[in-house]
Write a protein that binds this ligand. Structure first.
Ligand SMILES: [Zn+2]
Length: 161
């Protein structure tokens, strides 16, 4: 499989996005061993990547695909759509648990990034069982049972913290 450059006698290929006929050097290869070139030129690919990192649509798409992967590994359903994910994102971007403003994470800090939480673990990423909360809240919840969080609070409130 794959297209050796001889597939393109004039050494050019059409980009599926910008539709320019460009030199083959503008196209990345998809596999290490094959000559299959990407359908879009690297400039268009880059724009797509940037959109995936900076737009909420891109965010929803990525979160959903990671949920699908997790669901598959755990053998639980994942029926929510990208649209559902965007609708679950609070309009004011405030974490419904902590009240902090959620924002796209950077490489160093993901605590304020919005994340998808499976409310009842094991029930799956199905409508009604998914909320968007900050990563911070999500991490706490997945590391402690609600009963334990209650114990934690009961213990520390004595100190008036
Ligand atoms: Zn292009």
């Amino acid at each position: 499989m794959g297209h050796h450059p001889s597939t393109y006698p004039d050494g050019k290929k059409h980009c599926g996005v910008c539709n320019r006929k460009r030199d083959l050097m503008f196209f990345g290869v998809t596999g290490k061993k094959t000559w299959t070139l990407r359908s879009n030129c690297f400039e268009c690919e880059k724009k797509y990547q940037t959109a995936a990192e900076h737009t909420w649509q891109g965010w929803a798409k990525r979160r959903l695909s990671s949920c699908r992967g997790r669901a598959k590994r755990k053998g639980i359903p994942c029926t929510i759509t990208q649209r559902d994910v965007l609708e679950l994102l609070p309009k004011d971007l405030k974490c419904p648990v902590l009240g902090i403003k959620m924002q796209r994470g950077n490489r160093k800090d993901h605590s304020k990034s919005p994340s998808l939480d499976e409310v009842v673990p094991g029930k799956g990423y199905v409508p009604g069982n998914v909320v968007v909360v900050s990563n911070k809240a999500n991490t706490w919840k997945s590391s402690m049972a609600p009963a334990d969080i209650k114990k934690l609070w009961k213990f520390y409130r004595k100190f008036d913290v």
